[in-house]
Design a protein around this ligand. Structure first.
Ligand SMILES: Cc1ncc(COP(=O)(O)O)c(C=O)c1O
Length: 401
């Protein structure tokens, strides 16, 4: 039997990270990826692209290695990347973070989120408010940081929160309001009213706003608006993003946080004892990426929107109802019209019945709220067009059968 210390073990079990026998809890993602490999199904379960990003960015990484950028970088990040992040925020959003004091480069958005939550959470009474369903690392990090998660439901079909439910969730115990926009797993983009309400509530209850904007260049309608652009939110907002989605380089794990210097210093203090620094040669490469012309960034939203449309028509033709995504890699479909009662069972059968893999939305919710999302399935559109067309052809068999 393992000698994992009891308190940590209870926390990890509570957060669903460990099974009762002490082994690492299996995730539905691993199970579905295994099923895809076993059955030859098209894997629309996991959110990573099947094509490389811009050649200039890849070449810049090769060059950086050849030029000797292979040792530790300054703790905050390489100066060229810090400036490129500041320039990017200015170019797209009119924000002007100071590269010397208001930005930190991290090992992906994942480390940025972990370091931020560990830095900001002070006591077991602190609460972190998130919209549910949520990206799975949020609940894990909140549990490991020793705080409480408060969830605000996003409901089918538009996945916008009820402002009253949001207002009820934010109290003086709220330390952080964590907003992912565009949203994984639902594909929602939050309305200006919701952004304003988050800013108002944070101010009223003296909470910090943390945003996760990794899909910032994949908003299909109006351009993305960071909450940090709202003047009342700016002094209390940490903005997180990463290069993974924008440059189709999810394995590079280069992310960043920016915001007021005192908050960023708190994040840096924790982050230096997590990874210390992310991969040196990838940082100048992402700096080159962030300086690509506007057309590259505009193309991301257009391409992903077109891919989401192909996926959406395939899902509809299969007899599923879909929630029209406004951004991100993802489309949520309701399998109830096909007689499904439980999306986990439906997803376990789908590779054999149709040769396609999706993941149940219940993988992104707290156990007590599973019923609300029982028949919903997330599909990823970040695949080649021919792959999405093949998936659509295969899905059509569901309605035929
Ligand atoms: C909402 C959201 N946040 C964070 C991440 C992780 O980003 P990174 O790979 O940069 O750590 C992902 C990756 O899928 C995501 O969907």
């Amino acid at each position: 039997m393992s000698s994992v210390p009891g308190a940590w073990r209870r926390t990890a079990e509570g957060a669903g990270l460990l099974s009762a026998d002490g082994s690492i809890a299996p995730t539905i993602f691993a199970e579905m990826t295994e099923l895809a490999a076993e059955t030859g199904a098209v894997n629309l379960g996991q959110g990573f692209p099947d094509e490389d990003g811009p050649a200039d960015v890849l070449e810049a990484a090769r060059k950086a290695i050849a030029d000797g950028a292979n040792q530790y970088t300054p703790g905050r990040g390489v100066p060229s990347l810090l400036s490129a992040i500041a320039e990017h925020q200015e170019r797209f959003y009119g924000l002007a973070p100071d590269p010397a004091t208001e930005i930190v480069v991290t090992a992906g958005a994942t480390e940025a989120l972990a370091a931020t939550l560990l830095a900001l959470i002070d006591s077991p009474d602190d609460e972190v408010v998130v919209f549910e369903p949520y990206y799975d690392s949020y609940a894990a990090c909140v549990a490991l940081a020793g705080a409480r998660l408060r969830t605000v439901p996003l409901e089918w079909p538009d996945f916008q929160p009820d402002p009253q439910a949001l207002a009820d969730a934010v109290t003086d115990r709220t330390r952080v309001i964590l907003v992912n926009d565009p949203h994984n797993p639902t594909g929602a983009v939050f309305s200006p009213e919701i952004r304003a309400e988050v800013a108002r509530l944070a101010d009223e209850h003296d909470a910090i706003i943390v945003t996760d904007e990794v899909y910032e260049h994949m908003s299909f309608g109006a351009p993305h608006v960071p909450i940090a652009t709202l003047p009342e939110a700016a002094p209390r907002t940490l903005t997180i993003s990463s290069a993974g989605k924008t440059f189709s380089a999810t394995g590079w794990k280069i992310g960043w946080v920016h915001g007021p210097a005192d908050l960023v210093t708190a994040v840096l203090t924790v982050k230096q004892f997590l990874t210390y620094v992310p991969a040196s040669p990838l940082q100048p490469a992402i700096a080159a990426g962030l300086r690509l012309p506007d057309a590259f960034f505009a193309g991301l939203a257009t391409d992903m929107g077109a891919k989401a449309a192909i996926l959406g028509s395939g899902l509809r033709a299969a007899g599923l109802e879909i929630s029209e995504p406004a951004g991100s890699y993802f489309t949520v479909a309701d399998a109830a019209p096909l007689g499904a009662r439980d999306a986990s069972d439906f997803c376990r059968e789908l590779p054999r019945s149709a040769g396609v893999v999706g993941v149940p939305l219940t993988a992104f919710v707290t156990p007590e709220n599973r019923d609300r999302y029982a028949t919903l399935v997330r599909f990823a559109a970040c695949k080649r067009v021919d792959v999405l067309e093949e998936a659509s052809r295969r899905l059509a068999a569901l309605s035929a059968g």
